[in-house]
Design a protein around this ligand. Structure first.
Ligand SMILES: Nc1ncnc2c1ncn2[C@@H]1O[C@H](COP(=O)(O)OP(=O)(O)O)[C@@H](O)[C@H]1O
Ligand SMILES: [Mg+2]
Length: 365
């Protein structure tokens, strides 16, 4: 049987560019060369795509040949920007996008891949967009009867005029109270997130969050343990054992995620079996509510006082280095990293097959 041609797409125009390269490096190493021919596709910081020279690691790809994906379906290949022909290593049967943040996991890239007719790993346009937007996701999760913390939405345009800005801050203080978390609705890696403990810290926090997004959430802060569950599947979706993150900082901020050496990942999380089953069930329902497919990671806040689980966020594209929580949770659930990659690729092809049988013309039955 001929090998499947996998395009590993990584990098991108976001604060998570390096994280993405690290994930791609782990994936590249683990994809079985007997099953796959891998093309590395690096997206540089300006958003241009490059085809990595064969034999070189992902970080070298950004210097490779400039390519793009033609939106007219059928070609299933990356075209050289210079010649307009499908590049030698540009033919792909499936794309594994590991581009984090805006433009990567918010549905935009998924839209491009749909237009080009290339199967791809992970959630589709709607699922990606919903999971990326913390405010839209909370609305849907709440409608589905799933537990989320109360929040107030502030729009950045409200912050332009002093009187409106004061009114927005007062609304948050009245409806949510202190302490509260301020977050841009569409970000990641804790960028732009603030824990606000005093009323006079609120406006500066809102203004900083507004640098990253036009929508800002003010959310009730809880004293909580951080529990994460990895999901895999289209339908049914399966849940891994839960894991826990412990940081020495006030919360799991950018430094705790990428700089601190003493941030702990506990796999599995020390939880009673009933709590563990409960949180796994919530995770599956959360991913379903947000139209997730393929993979996802649902992050919970387990409130210390009440023992209640609150869904903090759903990630359509979790960190994917071999030391990241997502693969480690699957490893602990009996699925090693290379087998996890095989499964994700199968799921991408399964989803494509399901779409292909849908009618594109109306026929009277
Ligand atoms: N409502 C909250 N109560 C307590 N801690 C929170 C709350 N919201 C966020 N945090 C802390 O901030 C971190 C980052 O917030 P999160 O919403 O997960 O954003 P990101 O998408 O950047 O990871 C969380 O992992 C947690 O440590
Ligand atoms: Mg988070």
């Amino acid at each position: 049987m001929s090998k499947l041609r996998v395009g590993l797409l990584f990098g991108g125009r976001s604060v998570e560019h390096e994280v993405s390269i690290a994930s791609a490096t782990s994936i590249h190493r683990a994809l079985d060369p007997a099953r796959y021919d891998v093309s590395l596709i690096g997206v540089d910081r300006e958003g241009r795509w490059h085809l990595g020279p064969p034999g070189l690691p992902p970080e070298a790809s950004v210097d490779g040949e400039s390519v793009h994906l033609p939106v007219a379906g059928g070609a299933r290949g990356l075209v050289s920007a210079e010649t307009g022909d499908v590049a030698a290593a540009g033919k792909v049967d499936v794309i594994f996008p590991i581009v984090h943040g805006r433009g990567g996991e918010d549905g935009a890239l998924q839209g491009l891949l749909e237009m080009a007719g290339v199967p791809y790993v992970g959630s589709g346009v709607l699922g990606s967009a919903l999971q990326m937007d913390k405010e839209a996701s909370k609305r849907l999760l709440r409608t589905a009867g799933l537990p989320v913390l109360d929040w107030v939405l502030v729009r950045s345009r409200e912050l332009g005029r002093e009187a409106n800005a004061q009114a927005a801050a007062e609304r948050a203080l009245r409806d949510i109270g202190l302490p509260l978390f301020v977050k841009p609705a569409n970000q990641g890696s804790s960028v732009g997130i603030h824990k606000v403990k005093a009323a006079d810290e609120l406006l500066p926090a809102l203004r900083d969050a507004a640098r990253y997004d036009a929508k800002i959430l003010c959310e009730r802060a809880v004293d909580a343990r951080e529990i994460e569950v990895a999901l895999l599947g289209n339908d049914p979706i399966e849940a891994s054992v839960p894991g826990e993150i412990r940081t020495q900082r006030e919360f799991y901020d950018y430094e705790a995620k990428y700089v601190d050496e003493d941030t702990e990942l506990l796999v599995p999380a020390p939880l009673e079996s009933t709590a563990s089953e409960h949180v796994r069930d919530l995770a599956v329902r959360a991913m379903q509510a947000l139209e997730g497919a393929g993979l996802g990671r649902v992050d919970f806040l387990l409130e210390r006082g009440s023992g209640e689980f609150h869904i903090n966020e759903v990630n359509s594209l979790p960190g994917f280095t071999d030391a990241s929580m997502y693969p480690r949770l699957w490893e602990a659930s009996g699925l090693p990293y290379p087998a996890l990659l095989d499964r994700l690729i199968e799921l991408a092809l399964e989803r494509q097959r399901e779409c292909e049988v849908l009618e594109t013309v109306y026929r009277r039955s």
